[in-house]
Design a protein around this ligand. Structure first.
Ligand SMILES: Cc1ncc(COP(=O)(O)O)c(C=O)c1O
Length: 376
C-alpha cells in the first residue's frame, strides 16, 4: 500500500497501553521551588571545586572519544568500585563481581529482568522503598510484601515464613530501609539467605544498601556475607554518600555467576563514556567525600535527639534521613513546613513524615519551622 492510499488514523485512536499501566501517574516526589529541600535524601553538599575540576577534565577527555561506543563492560570503573568497597567496608571483591548502571534504580531493574518475570514473584517487607513494586510491574513480576515490626525492624521468623510460603525468585530488602532508616542485623540477613536457598527453583536476595555509608558504627554491611552466598547481591549507589545523584551511577556486588546473568539483560553500552568518566573522577576523591558523610551522620544523630526532646516519636536511623511522627494530620504539618520554605516528604505509614539530613543551616530552618507549625 502506498503512503497516499493508507487511510488516515482515526483521531483519538486507542493506544494499546498495557492494562496494568492504565491511569498510573509517573513516580516522583513533588518538587516545588523552595529554599530548603529535604525531601529526596540527597546529599546537601555539592562537589567541591577540586572534584568539579577533576570531573570536568575527565569528561573533556571522554568527550574527545565520543564518536566511539564506550567500554560496554566498564572495566576500569568496576576495578575502581571494587577498590572503594574494600576501603569502605573491608570486604575484598573482584572487579568481575561488580555490576553498574544508571542509578541503582536501573541496577534493580536489571535484577528483576534477569530473575523475575511472568509467573515469578518478588517479595519485600513493608513499609519500604516505593520504587520496588514499579520494577516488579515493569518486568511483569508478581509483587508481594510481608510485614515489618512496630519499630520497623524485620522479624527473622516472619521473613523466613513469608519466603517459605510465597517461594519468590527475588527477595528485596533495603538496609538501611527507606523510608524508615532501619538497618538489618547480619543474623536477619543470614536467616533470609538461608530461607532463600531453600526455595525450589532458586531465589536471589538483594540487600539494597543505597544508604550503606551512613550506617552507625557497629552496623554491618551485607557485603561481609558475599563470600558464602552466591545468591546474594548488595546494591549501592553514588547518589547519596558521594553526592552524585545527578550523575546516575548505581552498582552492586555479587558472585560472578550472578553478575554474568545481569550482562544478558542490559542494553548495549548502557553506561555512557561520560558517566564512566564522571564516576571514576569522583571515586578518586572518596576519602574527602567520606569525611562529609561523617558530619552528615553526626547531624542525623543530633536531629534524632532533638526531635525526641520535642516529644516526637522517631525511628532509629542508619541513613541520611529521619522518619518521625506521629501526627493526627501529617499533611497539615507537611504543608505548614512548605509554607515556611521547607520541603520534606509525606511518606511512610500514616501519621509519619520523613526529613532528609541537610546542612546545619537547613536543619535549623527545619527545626524553627516545625516548632512554629506544631504549636499552631
Ligand atoms: C532504598 C533506595 N534504593 C535505591 C534508590 C535509588 O537510588 P539511585 O537510583 O539514585 O541510585 C533510592 C533512592 O532514593 C533508595 O531510597
Amino acid at each position: 500500500m502506498t503512503a497516499q492510499a493508507r487511510p488516515a488514523p482515526a483521531l483519538g485512536a486507542q493506544l494499546p497501553l498495557r492494562p496494568e499501566l492504565e491511569g498510573i501517574a509517573p513516580y516522583g516526589a513533588p518538587h516545588p521551588d523552595v529554599p530548603v529541600v529535604l525531601n529526596v535524601n540527597e546529599n546537601p553538599y555539592g562537589p567541591s571545586e577540586q572534584v568539579v575540576a577533576d570531573i570536568a577534565a575527565a569528561v573533556a577527555e571522554a568527550a574527545a572519544g565520543l564518536n566511539r561506543y564506550p567500554d560496554r563492560d566498564f572495566t576500569a570503573l568496576r576495578a575502581d568500585l571494587a577498590d572503594y568497597l574494600l576501603v569502605e567496608s573491608g570486604v575484598a571483591v573482584a572487579p568481575e563481581q561488580i555490576w553498574a548502571a544508571n542509578g541503582s534504580n536501573e541496577v534493580m531493574l536489571h535484577l528483576l529482568q534477569a530473575f523475575g518475570g511472568p509467573g515469578r514473584t518478588a517479595l519485600s517487607f513493608a513499609p519500604t522503598y516505593s520504587m520496588y513494586p514499579e520494577y516488579a510491574r515493569d518486568t511483569s513480576t508478581a509483587w508481594l510484601t510481608g510485614r515489618r515490626e512496630e519499630d520497623f525492624g524485620l522479624d527473622p521468623d516472619v521473613a523466613v515464613a513469608a519466603i517459605a510460603q510465597h517461594a519468590p525468585s527475588v527477595v528485596l530488602v533495603a538496609s538501611p530501609n527507606n523510608p524508615t532508616g532501619t538497618a538489618l542485623p547480619a543474623s536477619t540477613v543470614l536467616a533470609v539467605l538461608d530461607a532463600a536457598a531453600r526455595v525450589p527453583g532458586g531465589c536471589v536476595v538483594v540487600v539494597d544498601e543505597a544508604y550503606g555509608e551512613f550506617r552507625r558504627a557497629g552496623t554491618p554491611s551485607a557485603l561481609e556475607l558475599l563470600a558464602d552466598n552466591p545468591h546474594l547481591a548488595v546494591s549501592r549507589t553514588m547518589s547519596k554518600a558521594f553526592g552524585l545523584a545527578g550523575a546516575r551511577v548505581g552498582y552492586l556486588a555479587a558472585s560472578t555467576t550472578f553478575v554474568d546473568a545481569l550482562t544478558v539483560v542490559r542494553l548495549p553500552y548502557h553506561l555512557s563514556a561520560v558517566t564512566q568518566a564522571t564516576a571514576r573522577a569522583a571515586l578518586r576523591h572518596a576519602p574527602e567525600l567520606m569525611a562529609q558523610v561523617g558530619s552528615l551522620r553526626d547531624e542525623r544523630d543530633a536531629l534524632v535527639v532533638w526531635l525526641r526532646a520535642q516529644g516526637w516519636t522517631v525511628a532509629d536511623s542508619d541513613a541520611n534521613f529521619v522518619l518521625f511522627g506521629v501526627f493526627d494530620d501529617r499533611h497539615a504539618i507537611w504543608q505548614g513546613l512548605l509554607d515556611r520554605g521547607v520541603l520534606i516528604r509525606e511518606v511512610g505509614p500514616d501519621g509519619w513524615l520523613r526529613v532528609s539530613v541537610g546542612t546545619p543551616q537547613e536543619m535549623q530552618a527545619f527545626k524553627d519551622a516545625l516548632v512554629e507549625v506544631a504549636s499552631l
